[in-house]
Design a protein around this ligand. Structure first.
Ligand SMILES: Nc1nc2c(c(=O)[nH]1)N[C@@H](CN(C=O)c1ccc(C(=O)N[C@@H](CCC(=O)O)C(=O)O)cc1)CN2
Ligand SMILES: NCC(=O)N[C@@H]1O[C@H](COP(=O)([O-])[O-])[C@@H](O)[C@H]1O
Length: 263
C-alpha cells in the first residue's frame, strides 16, 4: 500500500462498561454476571468490583478465581461499628458508598446482598451527596478540592418474589410455604431498581416460576435460581444500555480492545 493511501480510521473505541456487584453469600448470580462479561449477553462489560458484607461469602472466591481476577472488597456492619466507636449504621453505609464510587461503576447490582441500604447510600449513588474520600490523608488539599462526586449510578436488585410479594429476606421460603398452604397461586422472581423502601423499586424484569403442589423446596429453588441467572444478566444489560449504550456497530459483544486496527 502506498504511503499516500488513506488509512481506515476506526471510530474511537467506546470505554468499557463497568459493573460493581454487591454480594453476601454463594454468589451464583454473580457467577452468571461473570460468565456473561464481554459476550453478546453483556457486551463490552467488565465487573470492576465485588463487595461483600460477609467475609465467608463464596462470591469473593468466585471473583478472585475469575479470569482475569476481579477486585474485591469486604466491609461488615458489626465489625465496622466495633472498630469505629460512635459511628452509626449510616456512617457504615456512607463508607460502603465510598468503596463503590471509587470503583467508578456505570451500574451497581445487588446480587444476594443482604443489607438494607439507607437513603444516604442511595443519595451518594444518585450524585446528590458528595462524600470525602477518607482514604486520603487528612488535610490533603486534593481531598478538600476533590471530594468524590459521581452519578447518577443506577442500583438494581434481584429479588426471589413477584412485585409486592414477600418483600425482604427469606422470600423463597415464605413464598414456597404460602403456595403449599394455598395462600398464593403464583410465584416468581424479579429484578428491580433499588429505592429506600425495600423491594418496592420499579420492576425491570419479572418472571413467573412454575411450582407444583407437594414438590420439595429444593426442586422449586433450583428452578427459581436458574431463572434468576437469566434475568439478572438481561436486566443488567438493559440498565447498562440506558446509561452507556453500545455504538450500533458494537453489538457483537466482542471486547473492542480485542479488535485489531486494520491497515
Ligand atoms: N434500601 C434498599 N436496600 C436493599 C434493597 C432494597 O430494595 N432497598 N433490596 C435488598 C435485598 N433484599 C431483598 O431483595 C433484602 C436483603 C436483606 C434484608 C434484611 O432484612 N436485611 C437485614 C439484615 C439481615 C441479615 O444480615 O441476615 C438488615 O439489613 O438489617 C431485606 C431485604 C438489599 N438492600
Ligand atoms: N432479598 C434478597 C434475596 O433474598 N436475594 C436472594 O439471595 C439469593 C442469593 O443467591 P447467590 O448468592 O447464589 O446469588 C438469590 O436467590 C437472591 O434472589
Amino acid at each position: 500500500m502506498s504511503a499516500s493511501s488513506p488509512t481506515t480510521s476506526h471510530p474511537a473505541l467506546p470505554r468499557r462498561r463497568r459493573l460493581a456487584v454487591l454480594i453476601s453469600g454463594s454468589g451464583t448470580n454473580l457467577q452468571a454476571l461473570i460468565d456473561a462479561q464481554n459476550t453478546p449477553a453483556l457486551p463490552n462489560t467488565s465487573i470492576v468490583l465485588v463487595l461483600s458484607n460477609r467475609k465467608a461469602a463464596h462470591g469473593l472466591v468466585r471473583a478472585t478465581s475469575a479470569s482475569p481476577p476481579i477486585p474485591t472488597a469486604y466491609l461488615a456492619l458489626q465489625p465496622y461499628l466495633r472498630h469505629n466507636p460512635g459511628k452509626t449504621r449510616e456512617d457504615y453505609d456512607l463508607e460502603l458508598a465510598r468503596i463503590v464510587v471509587r470503583a467508578k461503576p456505570d451500574v451497581v447490582v445487588l446480587a444476594g446482598w443482604m443489607h438494607i441500604v439507607s437513603e444516604s447510600f442511595l443519595e451518594v449513588l444518585r450524585g446528590h451527596h458528595k462524600i470525602e474520600d477518607e482514604s486520603r490523608t487528612p488535610g490533603d488539599s486534593d481531598n478538600d478540592e476533590n471530594p468524590i462526586s459521581t452519578g447518577p449510578i443506577p442500583v438494581i436488585n434481584i429479588h426471589p418474589a413477584l412485585p409486592g410479594q414477600f418483600d425482604g429476606a427469606n422470600a423463597i421460603q415464605r413464598g414456597y410455604e404460602a403456595f403449599q398452604r394455598g395462600e398464593v397461586d403464583r410465584l416468581g422472581v424479579m429484578v428491580h431498581r433499588v429505592v429506600a423502601e425495600v423491594d418496592r423499586g420499579e420492576p425491570l424484569i419479572v418472571r413467573e416460576v412454575p411450582i407444583e403442589k407437594g414438590e420439595s423446596i429444593e426442586v422449586y429453588e433450583e428452578r427459581l435460581h436458574s431463572v434468576e441467572w437469566e434475568i439478572i444478566v438481561q436486566a443488567t444489560k438493559r440498565v447498562l444500555d440506558e446509561v452507556k449504550p453500545m455504538p450500533p456497530s458494537e453489538g457483537n459483544g466482542i471486547d473492542s480492545d480485542d479488535r485489531v486496527e486494520k491497515p
